[in-house]
Design a protein around this ligand. Sequence first.
Ligand SMILES: Nc1nc2c([nH]c(=O)n2[C@@H]2O[C@H](COP(=O)(O)OP(=O)(O)OP(=O)(O)O)[C@@H](O)[C@H]2O)c(=O)[nH]1
Length: 132
Amino acid sequence: MKEIEVVAAIIYFEDKILCVQRPENKLTYISEKFEFPGGKVENGESLNDALYRELKEELNFIPIIMDELYLTVNHQYPDFKLIMHVFKCLSDKSEIQLNEHISSQWLSLENLKKLDWAAADIPIVNRLIEHG
Ligand SMILES: Nc1nc2c([nH]c(=O)n2[C@@H]2O[C@H](COP(=O)(O)OP(=O)(O)OP(=O)(O)O)[C@@H](O)[C@H]2O)c(=O)[nH]1
């Protein structure tokens, strides 16, 4: 089974977190789901470099602070295994540019569950709600 390694960012602006919606995809289980911005780690790239690159590509965004690793999620999707490293980071503004996603929302912790998240993101959302 194919395995992909991904990095993603929980971006805070004040007490809100950026949630972004994927475009339509032939894989229905990820199609139009909400996720945290990020993407695949390329060969030879560090996790940090991959995340900076992906945030710039997807949102034209440069974090003012990038935290240590928050969580690594292992999730088995029907067609591939996902290993996703998640980092918290801080923004000093709420304006972002959506280069790949179809919508975005800044939500406080208590509202995160209202979105239709990709299955791999559920443990991240739960941990955020329980422990911040
Ligand atoms: N970035 C990101 N990807 C996630 C999350 N949750 C989740 O299941 N994924 C999955 O991880 C994979 C990330 O790949 P991607 O397509 O975003 O990566 P990429 O930007 O490098 O894309 P590319 O292959 O078009 O260059 C997708 O299958 C996506 O559905 C998440 O919270 N953030």
